[in-house]
Design a protein around this ligand. Structure first.
Ligand SMILES: [Zn+2]
Ligand SMILES: [Zn+2]
Length: 109
């Protein structure tokens, strides 16, 4: 899968920006994921698995949130939030896919 070099997901809970982390797994595969900038937040975004929580080094699947691109099947990320209009813009990270869609933000947040 070819992803854009730079994309900046927002935390889907706090709408804050996320920081890119690189992890080397088994000395070979380099994986990257994004973590919420808030210190009290364990939210992470992984390119291949979407949003979930990272608790004590484990990804918590029960808190996963995944939205798939209907055009190419990649995992969408939360790109922008329009707070006054309560709209979330989700975008596809794939290089040749320009898909993006707006969703109303959940009232509970
Ligand atoms: Zn957060
Ligand atoms: Zn796509």
């Amino acid at each position: 899968m070819t992803s854009r070099e730079q994309f900046s997901p927002l935390c889907d809970v706090h709408y804050t920006s996320m920081q890119r982390m690189m992890v080397e797994e088994d000395g070979e595969e380099i994986q990257s994921y994004h973590i919420c900038e808030r210190r009290d937040c364990s939210r992470v975004f992984r390119d291949a698995f979407g949003y979930s929580d990272l608790i004590e080094g484990q990804f918590d699947k029960s808190r996963a949130f995944i939205r798939k691109c209907p055009a190419c099947g990649a995992i969408l990320y939360l790109a922008e939030v329009d707070q006054p209009r309560k709209l979330e813009t989700w975008e596809c990270p794939r290089m040749n896919c320009e898909f993006s869609e707006e969703f109303p933000s959940p009232a509970a947040r």
